[in-house]
Design a binder for this molecule. Structure first.
Ligand code: PEP
Ligand code: MN
Length: 344
């Protein structure tokens, strides 16, 4: 349930309504908005009687939220959430590209990659210092050393850093270096991690579990939101299907489907979505055309040498072409590309 306060409701009235929600044994989650404050009622077991709150001073209306996720639902937040990081806006009318290698590798290779991407107008550099590899014998990432390299990339280029956090133990360390904390597909249901992410004030890019429904994805987001962290972005990165012509099946239809359910920004990752280099560009085009707020693309100066995900990584020239094409599509559908497209 959502209690919408009047535009001119006082802080005292907001506090009184919150208190009466708590007195009924529920949790009150006030959400200040541009127009007015709304108070989300959480932790109720069944339907709550609206009359308990609708006549309290300062209340405009009481709305039933029909979905099991509340704070992630479009019902509680009709306008889009815009996440602002280092002066860049993600969501709303903006279009954002995050690009970089799968893993942090040598400093030299990261600098070479990052310099080029920054020159192409990319505002966020992605690379994993901690890698959730399918098998234990594969490269597991550089760990703390990787985080130090990412900090140097940010200092050098001004790009924001997107990097994966794999567990609660390393969260303080990774959060100290990242601008956006990525939760990978294998951790979407790691509720201990999600709860901790709710307690920190750092944007989170939550990837869809490889066999998760949209409702499960939104409930995972709800864990973070209900902890008090409102800077959550969702990422479609492909799901498991019977198809074997690609690594995963990029669920492009998830973009408009999510748009109808949530106000959170939606990023599409065609690199993991298809896993095959020459399919990344068409699916990047599809993602932006479907209404995504941004793309996450794996780029490597020399994909044959990449320590992970080389087969799906783009070298610079095809990535530059991708930037060009998605930039054009973005402008056709009225989106402002935060990244100015420049040739390499
Ligand atoms: C990645 O971004 O490199 C990654 C491991 O992604 P996912 O969790 O989607 O597999
Ligand atoms: Mn990868």
């Amino acid at each position: 349930m959502l209690i919408v306060m009047k535009k001119d409701a006082t802080q005292v009235e907001i506090d009184q309504v919150s208190q009466s929600v708590i007195d009924q044994g529920f949790e009150a989650h006030p959400m200040p908005g541009a127009q007015c404050t709304a108070i989300c009622v959480l932790k109720n077991k069944g339907a709550v009687d609206a009359n308990m709150f609708s006549n309290l001073p300062g209340v405009r209306e009481v709305i039933r939220v029909t979905k099991p996720y509340k704070l992630a639902s479009i019902e509680t937040h009709p306008g889009p959430t815009v996440v602002e990081i280092r002066g860049e806006k993600i969501g709303g009318n903006n279009f954002t590209v995050m690009a970089g290698p799968c893993s942090v590798e040598t400093e030299e290779s990261m600098f070479r990659n990052a310099d080029k991407l920054a020159g192409m107008g990319v505002k966020f550099f992605r690379a994993g210092a901690y890698k959730p590899r399918t098998g234990p014998y594969s490269f597991q990432g550089l760990g703390e050393e990787g985080l130090r390299i990412l900090e140097k990339v940010r200092d050098r280029t001004g790009m924001g850093i997107v990097t994966e956090v794999m567990d609660v133990e390393t969260l303080p360390l990774v959060a100290g270096s990242a601008d956006i904390l990525q939760v990978g597909t294998r951790n979407m249901s790691n509720t201990s991690l999600l709860k901790q992410l709710g307690k920190i004030n750092k944007p989170v890019l939550l990837k869809r579990g490889m066999s998760a429904s949209l409702e499960e994805l939104l409930l995972a987001a709800e864990y973070i939101l209900s902890g008090g962290n409102h800077n959550v972005m969702l990422c479609e990165r492909g799901i498991r299907t019977f198809s074997n012509h690609s690594r995963n099946t990029l669920d492009v239809a998830a973009v408009p489907a999510l748009r109808a359910l949530t106000h959170l920004p939606i990023i599409v990752d065609p690199s993991h979505g298809v896993g095959i280099r020459d399919k990344v560009l068409p699916m990047a085009r599809a993602g932006i055309a479907a209404g995504a707020d941004g793309l996450m693309i794996e780029v490597h100066p020399n994909p044959a040498d990449a320590l992970s995900d080389g087969p799906q990584s783009l070298p610079f020239a095809p990535f530059s072409e991708l930037m060009n094409q998605v930039g054009q599509i973005a402008s056709v559908i009225g989106r402002t590309s935060g990244s100015s497209v420049q040739s390499i």
